[in-house]
Each structure stands twice: as structure tokens, then as C-alpha cells.
Design a protein. Sequence first.
Length: 293
Amino acid sequence: MNALTLLLLPTLAHTTLAAPAIKPEIPDEPALAAKADAGDIQACARYGKLLCEQAMNLNNPGQGVETRFLKGIGYLERAAHSGDNESMLTLAVVYAGIDKRRSAHWAQKAADAGEPQGHRILAKLAADEKMAAKHRAQAVALAERRADARHQEDWLYLHEVYSNGQPGIPRDPAKADHYLRLAADAGNKQARTILGCNKAFHPTEEETARHTAYLRTHPDITGGTGLTEETSLDFRTAAPPIDDAISSYLQTVYPGAEPSAPSVKQPGRQNTKTIATYLLPDGRVLQLHTIRP
């Protein structure tokens, strides 16, 4: 690999491109590539991102990592030059670790197109706090101006900003709650999980007995401890098939339960790792943990 690729691949591992469970194969790649080569901008944007994701997952140079990665960058730049905002943002993030000038260029393009994340990237790249604060304020202003159900990430961003506060942006719990509830009402799973953490899963005696009996006898699980008093479903020495086994079981016990992104780790649980989070139909949040000895 050349120096550019060696620098870019580690950078990608910390971007939104590094989503979990990305498969090395690109579905219908010939058709997608044909559309991209024919000038379809959306196809260029999608194919470029998928190529970069694929290159990140394939760490063997013999698999054409360098070629596919740089090819992906080419498609992304073609889409970005044609006005695709998402491609601009992807390039800004990709270049942030190796070429700040290029990163700032694409971040500014995205910001000029009305993307709050463009200003957020520019704030991180800023040489001084005054400029960073200016971009953060612009990011918040843009997010508030365009926040709607099509851009639920703006609501989550505003929730985070007003929950914690930032230089030049004071904490505002009322606003933070407002935007979180907007996202939750729009069906955003992350927002619903955050709200549901205040309504954590407290098992009834019947539930505890039923689940404990199951965990102690299931062939795919060893050392199951059943439901704890800490609102979570905990397992010791879990066997590899635990995810599928428990997921299937929970879907049967709680029809309508939805898998969600793991929520923020709860204090006092340093020896646990959240492996799954479920939103129950009644609004409760049930988490699965593994316990390290």
C-alpha cells in the first residue's frame, strides 16, 4: 500500500464509515458500478462509500485494498463535485487525519450547503478556540433551522449539545429534552433508548422465575444467572450463540421488542459489556450484558 492508503485506513476506522457488521461483498456491484460509471450521482456516492467500507474490512493487500479504497475516493469526489452533501461530509472526515486542507475544503462545502456537520468538522479543525466556538454556534443554528423528521440526527445532536453545554453554548436541559422527545416521537431508536433508560426493565417475580429457568437449561448458554436486580439480563461465560438464542427467546416472550443501539454504559458496571439493547412495547429498556470475571 502507498502512504496515503496506510494513513487513510486507520482514519476510516473512527468514522461513520466504520459501521458494525459491514460485509466485504457489495450487493449487485456490477449494476451499481455501471450506474456510477454512467454518471448517476447517487450511485457514485453509494458505490464510493461502499468501496471505502469494503477496503476497511479487507486488510489483506492481496485483496486489492489499496485499489478499491482509492477507487472509492474517486467516486466520492465525483459525487461531491456534483453537489452531493453526504459525499462532501464523508470526504471531510476521511481527509481529517491526513490532509487538513482537503478536509476543511469539503467540510466548508458541506457547511455552505447547509450541513451542520460541516461546521462541526470545521470546529474540530479550527486552529483557535474562538474560531471553533464560531463554527459550533453555526452548527447549532443550522441544525435548529432545518431540524425535521428527515434529519433526526440534528435533533440528537441538539440534545447532546444542550445536555452537556459547549464553549459559547450554555446547557439548556429543557431544550435538550425537547429535541430528544422530537426524535423519539419520530421513531428514532437511539432517542427512544435514551428515554427508555429512565424506565428501565424491572422484572416481575413471574418474569424472573421464567427467564432464570430458561437460562439455566438452554443448551447454548452456560452459567446463566437470570435477571438481576440491576434491571439487566446478565450472563456468565456466555457461549458464542448467545446473541441469536436470546434474541429469538426475547422476541417470543415480548412480541414487538425491537433491537436498538446499546445505550450509554451505566455507572458502577465497570466489569460488564453491553451486547444488546431491546426496546419493549411498554417503553421499558432491557439490556443484555456479559460479565468479565
